[in-house]
Design a binder for this molecule. Structure first.
Ligand code: AHM
Ligand code: MG
Length: 337
């Protein structure tokens, strides 16, 4: 069978679908190329001197790993000069990064988490890069882009994707017309289409949640998980399995592949009932992918993609995955309201 590279796939989508403008295609190519560079850097590990912490905190108050900063810079440098973007925003940067005046500006905004699941880097487990593409508001074309221009609900994303640096390096993409997976052929150095129109299987009973936070959860979240754990003799009448990788991209990849549900609920330690995960960098792009694969993504009650952001680094509770299971879980939360 003929191999379809990412470049060919994108050009064919542009020709056939009419939903992939040339500037967006080029932008995706650049992001994918940067993910390749990140993958090679991660692979070097100790040999490349890229492991460990920097001894400084990011805007989220989290200790930055060397790779958080390296990956952030790789994405920044790759995208700055291409002419496709008006500005970028990253989980690792406090403020937005407008395209400098020395480069041409494009019509898109790129939002990314350079390394998701950073705590996995030093222990050689899967990490990933997540990205989301929005259109800059038309009225911003004659002026400098501001943070407010980024604060668009997730349903306005024109593309979303992630790369996973695991046993294989894979790239998952959506432009709002299905979900496609690519595998990096390291010898050739190109992404090759390996999955088309990914859909979440409905019949696998598996939940992903950090159980060590159990005592901090709302009673309805505790009840939902307890019922899953009660197995065949419990109210759900089925045995559930559990997985938690500490890397949301890897958990979402597993859900796309074999089904299940992912939860990072708000917990009593968080002021204002926010969760741990970030709306713009994690929940929105992964929510779009999950929905495009036939699943559902909510904060427990509200659809993630309908949340109007109030800040770039805003946190949100997340319940996403197989549609039927998300509906079961949100039923517990609704009943408690
Ligand atoms: P990060 O982007 O700073 O790595 O944080 C996000 C990660 C998610 O990938 C993962 O689901 C979660 O944090 C893990 O949290 P915990 O440490 O509670 O297991
Ligand atoms: Mg991160």
């Amino acid at each position: 069978m003929q191999r379809v590279t990412l470049s060919r796939f994108l050009i064919e989508q542009q020709r056939e679908g009419g939903h992939l403008p040339p500037q967006l295609r080029l932008l995706i190519e650049v992001v994918a190329r940067a993910c390749k560079a990140i993958s090679y850097t991660i692979n070097k590990g100790e040999l490349g001197g890229v492991l460990g912490s920097l001894g400084q905190e990011n805007v989220q108050g989290e200790v930055q790993k060397k790779l958080d900063v390296i990956a952030n810079d790789l994405l920044l440098e790759a995208n700055e000069w291409g002419g496709n973007l008006a500005a970028l925003a990253s989980e690792e940067m406090e403020a937005i990064h407008p395209i400098p005046n020395r480069y041409p500006k494009g019509e898109y905004l790129l939002v990314y988490d350079p390394i998701d699941g950073s705590s996995n880097i030093d222990v050689n487990l899967s990490v990933g890069t997540i990205f989301s593409v929005l259109k800059a508001p038309e009225e911003a074309s004659g002026r400098e882009v501001t943070e407010a221009d980024f604060l668009q609900a997730g349903r306005h994303q024109v593309a979303a994707g992630y790369a996973i640096y695991g046993p294989q390096t894979t790239l998952v993409l959506t432009f709002g017309k299905g979900v496609f997976g690519f595998t990096l052929d390291r010898e050739v150095g190109s992404w090759v289409l390996t999955q088309s129109n990914i859909t979440i299987p409905a019949d696998y009973r598996e939940f992903a949640v950090n159980m060590s936070n159990h005592r901090h959860w709302a009673p309805e979240v505790q009840r939902y998980i307890q019922d899953c754990m009660a197995g065949k003799d419990g109210p759900r009448g089925e045995d559930f399995n559990m997985r938690w990788t500490g890397s949301m991209v890897a958990d979402i990849q597993r859900i796309l592949t074999r089904g299940g549900i992912f939860l990072y609920p708000w917990d009593a330690r968080e002021p204002g009932r926010a969760g741990k995960l970030r709306l713009m960098y994690e929940a929105n792009p992964l929510g779009m992918i999950i929905e495009q694969a036939g699943g559902a993504a909510t904060d427990g009650t509200v659809r993630i993609l309908d949340i109007e952001p109030v800040g770039l680094h805003q946190r949100v509770a997340v319940v996403m995955g197989c549609r039927e299971e998300v509906e079961k879980a949100t039923g517990y939360f609704r009943a408690a309201q």
